[in-house]
Write a protein that binds this ligand. Structure first.
Ligand code: ZN
Length: 189
């Protein structure tokens, strides 16, 4: 669709480091669209996402976090220190998920907050690389958590949505105030 193209092209004129969209913005709470083909625009998007992730700094980023509603994720557990460990996936999906583990995690779109959702201990994930060729990854522990966190993003879900109802409601109340004031800078209260 033309809308998709436009959104991607708009990004190209920006700096490689793009502003990170915060909790409450529609694009973060809406499932992202499947990428019809891995084009140069998508490769530029991947480059921008990698730059933005490293600058943040973070270990993962999904396209909706820079306002692009497409199913694209990047992960690098070394925060860019080892560029060879960069994982870029277009249209990622699960092949399998095993086990359960509860660990604390944060999100660049919810700065200053953390929560401990239950995630799989192990995942096998497939998607397209920047060359359009299918890749399969396996991840355990932190890598499994990162895959799930980023795939959640392109499904319009944030870690907050996976907390127990009590914890979720408490955090959502605080986040609503933050979003309303558009103030994510000082430490959370
Ligand atoms: Zn996140």
């Amino acid at each position: 669709p033309a809308g998709l193209d436009l959104r991607i092209r708009k990004g190209i004129t920006d700096l490689a480091i793009r502003p990170i969209v915060k909790w409450g913005e529609g694009v973060l709470h809406t499932p992202s669209a499947i990428v019809p083909a891995v084009t140069d625009e998508i490769r530029t998007l991947l480059d921008d996402m990698n730059d933005t992730m490293i600058a943040a700094p973070g270990i993962g980023l999904a396209a909706p976090q820079i306002g692009v509603g497409l199913r694209v994720i990047v992960i690098n557990l070394t925060v860019g220190e080892d560029p060879k460990q960069l994982i870029e996936l277009v249209n990622p999906e699960y092949i399998s998920r095993e086990g359960e583990v509860k660990e604390e995690e944060g999100c660049l779109s919810i700065p200053g907050y953390a929560g401990s959702p239950v995630r799989p201990r192990f995942v096998r994930v497939k998607g397209l690389g920047r060359d359009g060729v299918e890749r399969v990854y396996e991840g355990e522990g932190l890598l499994a958590r990162a895959f799930c966190h980023e795939i959640d993003h392109i499904d319009g879900k944030l870690f907050v949505d996976r907390l127990t109802p009590l914890k979720r409601d408490l955090m959502v109340r605080k986040l609503r105030k933050r979003a309303k004031a558009n103030d994510w800078d000082d430490s959370p209260s």
